[in-house]
Design a protein around this ligand. Structure first.
Ligand code: ZN
Length: 324
């Protein structure tokens, strides 16, 4: 399992807010913050003579993101929750924001999955992966991927339209899905050095998508790529669902294996682009804007501030007790 997935599991596990989980949580955030500091420095160094105002601002946002963390210790129930922090919200540059955002999305979509499967228990979730051929130009490869995917989604829509009017239609494998959610991931191939754009999706289907037919359909829309993968989720517990959904909601870039220069290039190209898409029964799932944990109402707590200190990590600064 990838490092990204471990982060997301930890953020979503049942005991994520237990007192005993705080040290590992702080370690996770420390590592994330160090990368954000490195990126902040990288941005500053891009044009040392005259860093533009925008770049200086961005560099500052990354430097300050997670520089302090305020936790609430609900000591009567043994739970500690993240109450406040400064977040840069640049999830393509900052692992802390990527972790928090990914965890929120994972929760929102798995909650929705439980509701859908309660209503329609015959549906089964499948993890569906689409890849495109590697290339040297990330912008060109990204566009190729998104244009191909749009073509494919249009085919699904057209088949549904025709079906409505009672005429014969040519459904694609995606028509087997009553709903789904997907996200695009990019990385530079370790051997080739070429950019690789692919997506992971969860589709809910009664009948399993056929990977051979899907590969043919994908080749038809991409012209150059036929590699796809279809796997049913294993198990049927919430924990099992998390495993499958993590593939979708792990980060769009894998920070630990991406050079700062590549990460910066990816950010410039992909910032503001829609990387997560949903359709059918998954449409309209709202991922909370808030990056902090939910508060526990009506319980007394102790508020603790941790500040990041260079060379030390998160250091406990101050606390105050507040009655409910
Ligand atoms: Zn951030």
């Amino acid at each position: 399992m990838s490092e990204n997935s471990f982060d997301l599991i930890a953020e979503n596990s049942l005991g994520f807010d237990e007192v005993s989980a705080l040290p590992s949580r702080l370690q996770r955030y420390e590592k994330a913050h160090r990368r954000a500091l490195d990126m902040s420095g990288h941005i500053k160094s891009l044009n040392p003579e005259q860093v533009s105002e925008d770049l200086a601002y961005l560099s500052g946002l990354l430097r300050d993101c997670g520089s302090y963390l305020i936790f609430r210790d609900y000591y009567t129930v043994g739970k500690i929750r993240l109450h406040a922090a400064s977040f840069c919200r640049k999830h393509l540059l900052c692992p802390l924001c990527a972790i928090r955002r990914g965890a929120k999305a994972l929760k929102a979509y798995t909650d929705k999955l439980s509701i859908i499967l309660t209503d329609e228990p015959t549906l089964k979730p499948y993890l569906v992966t689409f890849t495109t051929k590697n290339g040297a130009d990330l912008g060109e490869r990204f566009k190729h991927f998104t244009v191909s995917m749009k073509r494919y989604v249009d085919k699904r829509r057209e088949a549904m339209k025709v079906k409505k009017h009672g005429r014969s239609c040519a459904p694609v494998e995606m028509n087997k899905a009553s709903g789904g959610v997907s996200s695009i991931e990019i990385k530079r191939g370790s051997g080739s050095g070429l950019w690789h754009v692919h997506s992971h999706a969860v589709w809910l289907c009664e009948v399993a998508p056929d990977p051979i037919q899907l590969a043919l359909e994908w080749k038809e829309v991409t012209g150059d790529s036929h590699i796809v993968d279809v796997r049913p989720f294993t198990g049927n517990t919430l924990e099992d669902y998390l495993q499958g959904f993590m593939e979708v909601f792990k980060y769009a870039v894998k920070f630990s294996s991406m050079e700062l220069t590549d990460n910066w290039e990816a950010f410039k190209l992909l910032s503001g682009r829609r990387l997560v898409n949903s359709f059918g029964s998954f449409r309209g799932v709202v991922v909370p804007e808030s990056m902090t944990d939910e508060a526990l109402e009506d319980l007394p707590y102790i508020e603790s501030v941790y500040r990041y200190l260079e060379g030390i990590g998160y250091s406990y600064e101050v606390q105050k007790e507040i009655a409910a």
